[in-house]
Design a protein around this ligand. Sequence first.
Ligand code: THU
Length: 160
Amino acid sequence: MASELTINISIDVLAPEELNERERKAMQLAQQAASDAYAPYSNFLVGAALVLEDGTMFKGSNQENAAYPSGLCAERTALFAFSAHHPNEQIEMLAVTARRRNDTNFLAAMPCGACRQVMAEYEHKQGKAIPVLLQGPDGNFYRFKSVADLLPFQFNRENL
Ligand code: THU
Protein backbone atom coordinates (compact mmCIF):
# COMPACT_ATOMS: atom_id res chain seq x y z
CA MET A 1 0.00 0.00 0.00
CA ALA A 2 1.20 3.51 -0.76
CA SER A 3 2.51 5.42 2.20
CA GLU A 4 1.41 8.93 2.95
CA LEU A 5 3.51 12.00 3.57
CA THR A 6 2.02 14.79 5.64
CA ILE A 7 3.48 18.27 5.58
CA ASN A 8 2.91 20.48 8.58
CA ILE A 9 3.29 24.21 8.18
CA SER A 10 2.73 26.45 11.14
CA ILE A 11 2.07 30.12 10.56
CA ASP A 12 2.09 32.82 13.20
CA VAL A 13 -1.19 34.71 13.16
CA LEU A 14 -0.55 38.15 14.61
CA ALA A 15 -2.81 40.99 15.62
CA PRO A 16 -1.47 44.38 14.48
CA GLU A 17 -0.18 45.18 17.98
CA GLU A 18 1.78 41.94 18.01
CA LEU A 19 4.03 42.96 15.12
CA ASN A 20 7.52 43.90 16.22
CA GLU A 21 8.98 47.29 15.27
CA ARG A 22 10.73 45.98 12.17
CA GLU A 23 7.66 44.12 10.96
CA ARG A 24 5.47 47.15 11.54
CA LYS A 25 7.82 49.38 9.54
CA ALA A 26 8.13 46.80 6.75
CA MET A 27 4.35 46.43 6.49
CA GLN A 28 3.98 50.23 6.49
CA LEU A 29 6.49 50.50 3.64
CA ALA A 30 4.69 47.73 1.73
CA GLN A 31 1.44 49.67 2.12
CA GLN A 32 3.09 52.86 0.84
CA ALA A 33 4.62 50.90 -2.03
CA ALA A 34 1.18 49.59 -2.99
CA SER A 35 -0.01 53.16 -3.41
CA ASP A 36 2.84 53.72 -5.91
CA ALA A 37 1.89 50.67 -7.99
CA TYR A 38 1.56 51.18 -11.72
CA ALA A 39 -1.59 49.13 -12.19
CA PRO A 40 -3.86 50.94 -14.66
CA TYR A 41 -5.29 47.67 -16.01
CA SER A 42 -6.15 45.65 -12.92
CA ASN A 43 -6.41 48.52 -10.43
CA PHE A 44 -5.10 45.94 -7.98
CA LEU A 45 -2.28 47.60 -6.05
CA VAL A 46 0.36 45.35 -4.53
CA GLY A 47 3.26 46.46 -2.35
CA ALA A 48 6.27 44.53 -1.10
CA ALA A 49 9.03 45.55 1.29
CA LEU A 50 12.29 43.78 2.09
CA VAL A 51 14.36 44.38 5.18
CA LEU A 52 18.11 43.72 4.93
CA GLU A 53 20.40 42.69 7.79
CA ASP A 54 21.51 46.27 8.48
CA GLY A 55 17.90 47.51 8.53
CA THR A 56 17.97 48.91 5.00
CA MET A 57 14.57 48.52 3.39
CA PHE A 58 13.66 48.00 -0.24
CA LYS A 59 10.21 48.42 -1.68
CA GLY A 60 8.51 47.26 -4.85
CA SER A 61 5.09 47.55 -6.43
CA ASN A 62 3.43 45.83 -9.36
CA GLN A 63 4.31 47.33 -12.73
CA GLU A 64 1.75 46.58 -15.40
CA ASN A 65 2.02 46.90 -19.16
CA ALA A 66 -0.37 47.26 -22.10
CA ALA A 67 1.17 43.99 -23.27
CA TYR A 68 -0.13 42.28 -20.12
CA PRO A 69 2.48 39.51 -19.66
CA SER A 70 5.27 42.08 -19.80
CA GLY A 71 4.24 43.44 -16.39
CA LEU A 72 5.80 42.31 -13.13
CA CYS A 73 4.49 41.61 -9.64
CA ALA A 74 5.42 43.74 -6.65
CA GLU A 75 7.38 40.97 -4.93
CA ARG A 76 9.65 40.35 -7.89
CA THR A 77 10.08 44.07 -8.55
CA ALA A 78 11.36 44.45 -4.97
CA LEU A 79 13.48 41.28 -5.00
CA PHE A 80 15.17 42.02 -8.32
CA ALA A 81 15.84 45.64 -7.34
CA PHE A 82 17.35 44.42 -4.07
CA SER A 83 19.56 41.84 -5.75
CA ALA A 84 20.70 44.29 -8.41
CA HIS A 85 21.74 46.83 -5.77
CA HIS A 86 22.92 44.54 -2.96
CA PRO A 87 24.06 41.28 -4.59
CA ASN A 88 25.89 40.07 -1.47
CA GLU A 89 23.50 40.97 1.30
CA GLN A 90 20.97 38.92 3.18
CA ILE A 91 17.24 39.47 3.38
CA GLU A 92 15.94 39.43 6.94
CA MET A 93 12.27 39.49 6.08
CA LEU A 94 9.73 40.30 3.41
CA ALA A 95 6.31 41.96 3.81
CA VAL A 96 3.54 41.96 1.20
CA THR A 97 0.16 43.61 1.05
CA ALA A 98 -2.44 44.66 -1.53
CA ARG A 99 -5.57 46.69 -1.98
CA ARG A 100 -7.99 47.63 -4.72
CA ARG A 101 -7.55 51.16 -6.01
CA ASN A 102 -10.98 52.31 -4.88
CA ASP A 103 -10.68 50.79 -1.41
CA THR A 104 -8.37 51.94 1.35
CA ASN A 105 -8.55 48.60 3.20
CA PHE A 106 -5.69 46.21 2.66
CA LEU A 107 -6.55 42.69 1.59
CA ALA A 108 -5.40 39.20 2.33
CA ALA A 109 -3.48 38.66 -0.90
CA MET A 110 -1.15 35.70 -1.24
CA PRO A 111 1.98 35.89 -3.44
CA CYS A 112 1.60 34.20 -6.80
CA GLY A 113 3.51 31.04 -7.68
CA ALA A 114 6.11 32.81 -9.82
CA CYS A 115 6.93 35.20 -6.97
CA ARG A 116 7.22 32.30 -4.51
CA GLN A 117 9.69 30.68 -6.90
CA VAL A 118 11.79 33.86 -7.03
CA MET A 119 11.64 34.24 -3.24
CA ALA A 120 12.79 30.63 -2.96
CA GLU A 121 15.82 31.37 -5.16
CA TYR A 122 17.07 34.11 -2.83
CA GLU A 123 16.29 32.12 0.31
CA HIS A 124 18.30 29.23 -1.09
CA LYS A 125 21.11 31.53 -2.21
CA GLN A 126 21.52 33.09 1.23
CA GLY A 127 21.14 29.82 3.11
CA LYS A 128 18.96 31.48 5.74
CA ALA A 129 15.20 31.47 6.06
CA ILE A 130 13.34 34.56 4.92
CA PRO A 131 10.22 35.07 7.05
CA VAL A 132 7.31 36.38 4.96
CA LEU A 133 4.72 38.62 6.55
CA LEU A 134 1.41 38.82 4.72
CA GLN A 135 -1.77 40.69 5.26
CA GLY A 136 -4.13 38.01 6.51
CA PRO A 137 -7.91 37.94 6.77
CA ASP A 138 -9.82 39.64 9.62
CA GLY A 139 -7.22 42.33 10.20
CA ASN A 140 -4.56 39.86 11.30
CA PHE A 141 -1.17 39.25 9.76
CA TYR A 142 0.21 35.88 8.71
CA ARG A 143 3.89 35.29 9.33
CA PHE A 144 5.36 32.38 7.41
CA LYS A 145 8.64 31.32 8.98
CA SER A 146 10.30 30.77 5.62
CA VAL A 147 9.67 30.84 1.89
CA ALA A 148 9.97 27.04 1.97
CA ASP A 149 6.73 27.04 3.98
CA LEU A 150 5.05 28.98 1.16
CA LEU A 151 6.56 26.73 -1.49
CA PRO A 152 7.17 23.16 -0.38
CA PHE A 153 8.74 20.71 -2.83
CA GLN A 154 10.40 23.56 -4.63
CA PHE A 155 12.57 23.41 -7.69
CA ASN A 156 15.96 24.92 -6.96
CA ARG A 157 19.62 24.63 -7.96
CA GLU A 158 19.87 21.27 -6.19
CA ASN A 159 17.56 19.85 -8.84
CA LEU A 160 19.78 20.87 -11.74
N1 THU B 1 0.30 40.79 -8.45
C1 THU B 1 1.39 41.05 -7.68
O1 THU B 1 1.98 42.13 -7.75
N2 THU B 1 1.82 40.07 -6.85
C2 THU B 1 1.25 38.84 -6.74
O2 THU B 1 1.76 38.00 -6.02
C3 THU B 1 0.00 38.55 -7.44
C4 THU B 1 -0.45 39.55 -8.42
C5 THU B 1 -0.15 41.83 -9.38
C6 THU B 1 0.04 41.47 -10.83
C7 THU B 1 -0.99 42.35 -11.49
O3 THU B 1 -0.41 43.63 -11.71
C8 THU B 1 -2.10 42.48 -10.45
O4 THU B 1 -1.53 42.06 -9.22
C9 THU B 1 -3.33 41.64 -10.74
O5 THU B 1 -2.99 40.32 -10.96
